[in-house]
Design a protein around this ligand. Structure first.
Ligand SMILES: CC(C)(COP(=O)(O)OP(=O)(O)OC[C@H]1O[C@@H](n2cnc3c(N)ncnc32)[C@H](O)[C@@H]1OP(=O)(O)O)[C@@H](O)C(=O)NCCC(=O)NCCS
Length: 176
């Protein structure tokens, strides 16, 4: 990542800039923008945001990652966990490690918060480098089950639950 980029927690005054980064990043992607900016606003209104970090470059927001609260049951007991979504880096600044730094920074904050597990729905060639595994996620019943659904224990020494259920925050179900 360039030295000129710093990762820090998002603040209320970053909201508009984060919105713009999300629209630019997803708008330029193969997926297109499918309501990710609205998702972030609903998650915040619902108080379901666990971690939101920004990458700042020359006083401008270059990227954002958000982790939201999930409702998870593992081996019959509740497990504290968060879903990674969305992540976005300004199109002109992608491929320089900013996304990597945002994700690693977010996972570190989640560990500090005592979360045990994180899920992501995304590209199989990107997220395994952080520790996300489709095999772990496959143990959890979810409407998103499939090869793009991955999970990681935030303590890499923790035993994998044998089975359970993982539900994203309600904002995900309310997206069109
Ligand atoms: C995904 C994203 C956040 C990555 O940020 P970044 O700063 O470019 O990421 P990094 O520089 O840390 O890592 C680049 C790596 O990500 C890979 N990558 C980037 N976008 C990808 C995508 N959509 N699918 C698969 N791999 C992707 C690159 O190929 C590169 O891989 P390599 O290290 O093996 O060469 C950024 O590309 C983005 O904003 N994309 C548009 C929004 C989006 O698709 N978000 C994720 C939805 S699952």
């Amino acid at each position: 990542m360039p030295d000129s980029v710093a990762i820090r927690p998002a603040r209320a005054e970053d909201d508009e800039a984060i919105d713009s980064v999300i629209r630019a990043a997803f708008g330029a992607s193969e997926y297109g923008h499918r309501g990710e900016a609205e998702l972030v606003r609903i998650l915040a209104a619902d108080d379901d945001v666990m971690v939101s970090l920004v990458a700042e470059r020359d006083g401008a927001i270059a990227g954002n990652v958000l982790f939201s609260r999930m409702d998870i049951e593992a081996d019959g007991a509740p497990l504290a966990g968060a879903g990674l979504a969305p992540i976005s880096v300004m199109p002109g600044l992608q491929g320089q490690g900013i996304g990597d730094a945002l994700i690693r920074g977010g996972l570190a904050v989640l560990r500090e918060q005592g979360a045990a597990i994180s899920f992501v729905l995304g590209h199989e060639s990107y997220y395994p480098r952080f520790g996300y595994s489709p095999e772990l996620a496959a143990r959890f019943a979810s409407p998103f089950a499939g090869p793009h659904f991955m999970a990681m224990m935030l303590d890499s020494n923790a035993a994998w639950p044998l089975g359970g259920r993982a539900d994203y925050a309600s904002a995900f179900g309310r997206l069109g």
